[in-house]
Design a protein around this ligand. Structure first.
Ligand SMILES: Cc1ncc(COP(=O)(O)O)c(C=O)c1O
Length: 344
């Protein structure tokens, strides 16, 4: 009874990381300060989990709206931004979805689940992209929707602002600018929001990956339509209470993000000094590097208790590439020491 194309898919694989330095999933390495953790636990203890959560979440949307400088009606909440990608692909009229290649895998995967055609725009060897090329593919394919991760995952680079603006102006379909790594690039595209431009964000990378909470900012009318394919109660009561509380303490996470940006620069400089490593510019909380034999380096790091992501084989442009999440100072030192040993 299962569709043959679903049978042909592989399940999303999450490797076992127990006991390892976990630098494979762009999580924030810092745990919450003890005093904040205590106050948070007290808030959670007051949540009535015998009741369904608030379905409309107006207050939480209003809080996020004021955090972003938009109206509450312009905010759609998702169980991670992954779920919002799914809502967008469910609600838009059938037709092609255009994405750069390589980019975040879920755009393609969810399109496959929903039997939506996908057209890819291959990046150049240095992972840049010509906006005319992207727009040409959108026009040729009569793109209904396009996703542009800014910065891009897994390459880490951020498209030039004027290029993103040209794509936003030149597209007739819906453009979703995915700012999952926006906090690490310090650039936002909220000013581009309009009837066919939306900005997707997540709290996962700034420190709340376990909560599963993402949000979409868009034109109020479009958000109201997308809201119709949102599962009722998609954000559980504990996540709602956590997000409401943590947004009042967002400065704590902003400081951590700033520290990770500094660590990224330190790591990038140290890796660039090592023989046999090519490092690509990153505006995200991870670094993409090319080594001579990524399978061997990945395995040596694993033996040293460090889990990163081996991108080799996922795209021709990513041959021998490894993606390393920026961790805490000590974790990064462990990576650098291990890498020095490996390349020596
Ligand atoms: C570009 C991009 N968008 C969205 C997501 C999904 O984030 P989440 O579902 O945790 O909000 C990720 C996760 O890695 C990502 O890299």
């Amino acid at each position: 009874m299962i569709r043959n194309d679903i049978k042909a898919l592989s399940a999303y694989h999450v490797p076992d990381s127990s006991g390892m330095i976990k630098l494979d999933a762009m999580e924030n390495p810092f745990s919450m300060p003890d005093d904040l953790r205590k106050q948070w636990a007290e808030k959670l203890a007051g949540v009535d989990i015998n009741r369904y959560p608030d379905a409309d979440m107006y207050k939480l949307r209003a809080k996020i709206a004021s955090h972003e400088g938009v109206e509450p009606e312009q905010v759609l909440l998702g169980n991670g931004s992954d779920e919002i990608i799914q809502m967008i692909l469910i609600a838009t009229v059938p037709g092609t979805c255009v994405i750069p290649s390589p980019t975040f895998v879920m755009y393609n995967l969810v399109s496959q689940w929903l039997k939506r055609p996908v057209a890819t725009v291959p990046l150049a060897e240095d992972f840049t992209m010509k906006e005319e090329h992207f727009l040409q593919v959108c026009a040729r394919e009569k793109a209904v929707v396009a996703f542009l991760a800014c910065p891009n995952n897994p390459t880490g680079n951020l498209w030039r602002q004027d290029k993103v603006e040209m794509i936003a102006r030149g597209m007739s379909g819906m453009l979703v600018i995915d700012e999952a790594y926006g906090p690490f690039s310090e650039r936002t595209h909220n000013h581009l929001i309009g009837p066919n431009v939306m900005v997707l964000k997540t709290f996962s990378k700034v420190g709340w990956a376990g909560l599963r909470m993402g949000y979409l900012l868009g034109d109020a009318e479009v958000i109201a339509q997308l809201n119709k394919v949102r599962m009722p109660y998609n954000i559980n009561a504990l996540t709602q209470a956590s997000a409401t509380f943590l947004l009042d303490h967002f400065d704590v996470f902003e400081k951590q993000v700033a520290e990770l940006r500094d660590e990224r620069e330190r790591m990038a400089a140290a890796l660039a000094d090592m023989k046999g490593i090519e490092i690509f510019p990153s505006q995200a909380n991870f670094l993409l590097v090319r080594v001579e034999n990524s399978n061997a380096v990945f395995e040596s790091l694993r033996q040293a208790g460090i889990l990163i992501k081996n991108m080799h084989g996922s795209d021709r442009l990513l041959d021998n590439c490894l993606r390393i999440t920026v961790g805490s100072h000590e974790e990064n030192d462990a990576v650098l020491a291990a890498m020095r040993g490996i390349v020596a």
